[in-house]
Design a protein around this ligand. Sequence first.
Ligand SMILES: NC(=O)c1ccc[n+]([C@@H]2O[C@H](COP(=O)([O-])OP(=O)(O)OC[C@H]3O[C@@H](n4cnc5c(N)ncnc54)[C@H](OP(=O)(O)O)[C@@H]3O)[C@@H](O)[C@H]2O)c1
Length: 288
Amino acid sequence: MACIPSVTLNTALKMPLFGLGTHKAVGYSNVYRMLDEALKLGYRLIDTAAVYRNEEDIGTCLKELLPKYGLNRSDIFITSKLAPKDQGEGAAYKACVKSIERLECEYLDLYLIHWPGKQKLKPHDVRNRQFRMESWLDLEKLLNDGLVKNIGVSNYNVRHLDDMLTYSTIPPAVLQVEYHPLLVQKDLVAWCQKQQVHLQAYRSIAIEEGRSDPLVIGVAEKHAKTVSQVLLKWAIQQDIGVIPKSTNEDHLKENIDIWDFDLTQDEITDLEKLHKGTRFCWDPTPMA
Ligand SMILES: NC(=O)c1ccc[n+]([C@@H]2O[C@H](COP(=O)([O-])OP(=O)(O)OC[C@H]3O[C@@H](n4cnc5c(N)ncnc54)[C@H](OP(=O)(O)O)[C@@H]3O)[C@@H](O)[C@H]2O)c1
């Protein structure tokens, strides 16, 4: 079974550098098969969100599957995220409690503000800032009340993060953003290093034209690995966490089989040359 490295967060707690994404993994039988295989292979971090509409199935399946693999709640790291519709004072706190209930997991290891804006507000609406500030203060209460072990944000840019420093009393432990060789967000890496915030990447694998680039294919061939494995290891070797999603048994195996090779520093730097600022998910730049 894979032995997955961890990062120590600024809360002094550990988080696996590699985990399972679950966006679009829906339906009890799909989720059951995915988690059964993933736990068997050694996946220990599960990334979900209220908007993925799979928290309840994940909770039910974990109740059934953890004993099967001799695991306890504390062996698993569960992340969930605040839906943009639930941003704001009191609402964010309640939304997290609901996520914990749906996941039947007693506490969350990590709770993130999913998006720097509130649903239905226009991006330039200045009330977005007020809502995310109120949400963050709720997340701080959740942490102080022991309902979550770590708190963080997702899809924030440097402007949102700098602003956060003016109203937070607890710094984020994690920033989760889109990050891959086509979108090398150096400003966020530098901010996270300075503030001791862990950067976790999403969308590491499904980066269409990046996957067919001769540079990536060449590196994969040299190491007798797949393009997906190279893309995941490229982030991990920079201490950036990854959470590839798959409901396919072969892909689940392939994605976790990345501990028997290392990219050279030149290969890591070369892959950055693919950067074009390409986003496959949402762009938070216009968000007030
Ligand atoms: N915070 C945010 O706003 C945010 C945004 C996006 C994602 N996320 C999180 O990050 C996770 C990962 O991001 P993502 O799901 O967008 O993208 P991803 O993990 O890069 O790619 C997932 C896609 O790639 C396929 N895939 C997985 N392994 C593969 C392999 N070895 N070879 C070929 N194809 C493979 C999957 O299909 P199969 O299932 O068929 O394998 C799926 O279609 C999400 O699931 C979610 O938990 C967070």
